[in-house]
Design a protein around this ligand. Structure first.
Ligand code: ATP
Length: 249
């Protein structure tokens, strides 16, 4: 569970370029919530994710993860709970290394509990089994350099690597923004599958209203650093894509 109480974040306080990015925001996200956040540019969506991840610390307010107070903890101190995937499929992987070596690096980086490096063959078999979950045939291409894969394939593998370490929370910051429609669909399907399989709490930021309508069990609309709409799955089901479009007019 993620709990934010009366969180505010102001950048450049007291200066001419002061920005109130988040204003007195309170939000509770339950363990198996898959929350989709939409909102205009500059409405505070990424800042909210940064505050949850710990890459930005709040000016005031309290943040708890699984009842642990984490308000002043930095991102590396929260990493055992949180995995994060960004827009750019190139950012999460090393292009010259093979798929297998990328997984090795990820396992080293996260000190994975779920995936032990062990002997080469054991590790390889475990990676193969994990990649087979994606159903993309990549489990037979472990020695292929990451850079030769499509953006969608890379982003799907990045997603998989990010959730390997028994994390509980997956933060997706416009993970398909740089992808063509087919790859974007593949990555969103992968995200849905991993979130369900690993029983993750997930937050997705997207500007794609079709995705916002289709994915997740809860929909939040942000404006000017505040949550202005919060729809549970039942209420979300009654929304049309056009309703969402109207929110932006
Ligand atoms: N590090 C920073 N320094 C100064 N201002 C910042 C910083 N990060 C964000 N802001 C400002 O805070 C406000 C909210 O930004 P944020 O990136 O959270 O919005 P967003 O809803 O994610 O926007 P977008 O849809 O364009 O990605 C914006 O006015 C932005 O310029």
């Amino acid at each position: 569970m993620i709990k934010l109480e009366n969180i505010s974040k102001t950048f450049n306080r007291g200066k001419a370029n002061e920005v109130k990015a988040i204003e007195d925001l309170s939000l509770t996200i339950s363990v198996q919530d898959y929350v989709v956040i939409v909102g205009a540019n500059g409405s505070g969506k990424s800042t909210l994710l940064n505050l949850i991840a710990g890459s930005t610390l709040p000016g005031s307010g309290i943040i708890e993860i699984d009842n642990h107070p984490v308000t002043r903890l930095h991102d590396y101190q929260r990493s055992r709970w949180i995995a994060r995937v960004f827009q750019n499929p190139l950012s999460g992987t090393a292009p010259d290394l093979s798929i297998l070596d990328n997984f090795r690096l990820a396992a080293l980086r996260t000190q994975s509990k779920g995936l032990r490096i062990g002997t080469n063959n054991v590790f390889k078999k475990e990676v193969q089994e994990k990649i087979a979950l994606l159903d993309m045939g990549l489990e037979n291409k472990l020695m292929q350099p990451m850079g030769t894969l499509s953006g969608g394939q890379r982003q799907a593998l990045t997603l998989l690597m990010s959730v390997m370490d028994e994390c509980k929370i997956l933060l997706l910051d416009e993970p398909t923004a740089a992808l063509d429609p087919r790859s974007a669909r593949l990555v969103m399907e992968t995200a849905d599958k991993l979130i369900a399989d690993f029983k993750l709490t997930a937050i997705l930021i997207t500007h794609n209203l079709k995705d916002a309508h289709t994915h997740g069990n809860r929909l939040i609309h942000m404006a000017e650093g505040k949550v202005i709409k919060d729809f549970s799955s039942e209420k979300k089901l009654n929304l049309t894509q056009n309703d969402l479009f109207e929110w932006f007019s």
